[in-house]
Write a protein that binds this ligand. Structure first.
Ligand code: FEO
Length: 387
């Protein structure tokens, strides 16, 4: 596949994968993208997961049309992009491996070699001349690993953005939901913690004239780039993207669920958008995604061992480790003899930045009776007033 006259796609689709990075469900697979720039000197950009070594080496050989590569550029060392570096070097021993100092240190630790003597260390601002094309390196630390670098080809105006701007899903899967849905789940899972780092690299990229973004996962972005850059700006500033309430709950025998469903109905009657998650059954990464997408959240759970039910605790820790902030929060707790889950939830949310707590939390002991419904309606009114 040609990205431009001189840039070719040599990546692979993975439909065998169950959990990306060991935790994210990817029902539509995953793409490991890799590119070749054909010029006086030839640069290969990143490798793929070892499972696809043969397919990738075949793709590369075809793209090379009988020539030999001069460089292998390593933007990111996570194994889904670096596992075939050794095979590449064995096949093309004269090629020079190009990456950040951090990348070479990781190569030693991961693969027992940093592929010296043919190595070229690049830092922010350095340029690799290929002939007509030149690659300018842009340090992108912690987007999402510390060694990451982007690169920019001024001739074709292409930004190679490592994992940034990627999404879940293989390239041969047509995602009818559009780019943002799975790109958002991917972003908050993978980069969510590193908003400031994403902001820093976005600022550097703002000075570039970009016509295409080539990430290590997901489709090549080539139209309406302001849309994608704008979403990354919103996400990395931790600003809500839309109005609405994430309603995340756990329930043991269905009583907490009944109360939550009553709130959902009351909110929808008031015209408030609700995203509902049963944290024991639904995809946790999807719940985290919507928590960041929407401006309000209600956390509803049972008291358990004097604390919070485990799936809610897990969810709150996920939000905490991804730097959840700038949202409005309400709580619902159920407990047969001593409801105390709000105290436990608040102990975690108190560690997060700029959360505003609502006044009308809901506390009950067992069933969602009329008195409980009255509390819930007060909460629904308060949530509506913030819409
Ligand atoms: Fe796609 Fe961070 O590896």
């Amino acid at each position: 596949m040609f990205i431009t006259n001189d840039i070719r796609y040599i990546g692979v689709d993975d439909h065998k994968i169950d959990l990306f990075e060991g935790q994210y469900v990817v029902p539509h697979g995953m793409a490991y993208n890799s590119y070749v720039i054909m010029d006086d000197k030839i640069a290969v950009l990143d490798t793929v997961d070892a499972e696809f070594k043969k397919e990738w080496l075949d793709n590369l050989e075809k793209a090379l049309e009988g020539r030999k590569p001069d460089y292998l550029v390593v933007h990111h060392m996570e194994p889904d992009h670096s596992m075939v570096i050794g095979d590449f070097v064995a096949r093309y021993p004269e090629a020079v491996v190009v990456g950040s100092i951090g990348a070479f240190n990781m190569m030693k630790n991961l693969y027992g070699a940093d592929f010296a003597p043919n190595k070229l260390v690049m830092k922010d601002g350095d340029v690799l001349e290929l002939g007509k094309h030149s690659l300018q390196f842009i340090a992108a630390p912690n987007v999402h690993w510390p060694e990451v670098m982007f690169s920019y080809d001024k001739t074709d105006k292409v930004l190679f953005s490592a994992d940034a701007f990627g999404k879940f899903g293989a390239l041969d899967y047509e995602d009818e939901e559009g780019w943002a849905c799975e790109a958002r789940r991917y972003y908050f899972g993978i980069c969510g913690k590193f908003g400031q780092n994403v902001q820093n690299v976005l600022k550097k990229c703002a000075a570039l004239d970009i016509e295409k973004i080539c990430a290590l996962h997901g489709p090549i972005l080539s139209e309406n780039l302001g849309y994608y850059l704008g979403l990354y700006d919103t996400w990395s500033k931790y600003e809500p993207e839309e109005k609405g309430v994430t309603l995340a709950y756990t329930s043991v025998y269905g009583n907490t669920k009944n109360a939550v469903l009553f709130l959902k109905e009351a909110l929808e009657e008031r015209g408030v958008h609700v995203a509902l998650f049963d944290l024991a059954r639904d995809d946790m990464a999807e719940a985290v995604e919507d928590a960041f997408k929407l401006d309000r959240i209600v956390l509803a759970t049972t008291t358990y061992c004097g604390d919070i039910f485990p799936f809610m605790k897990n969810f709150l820790h996920c939000l905490q480790e991804h730097n959840y902030q700038n949202r409005k929060v309400a709580f619902m707790e159920n407990g047969m003899w001593m409801p105390s889950a709000i105290k436990g939830m608040k102990a975690i949310t108190d560690t997060m930045k700029n959360l505003t707590y609502l006044e009308n939390n809901v506390t009950f002991k067992g069933a969602c009776n009329d008195a409980v419904k009255e509390q819930i309606l007060k909460l629904a009114d308060e949530l509506k007033a913030l819409d």
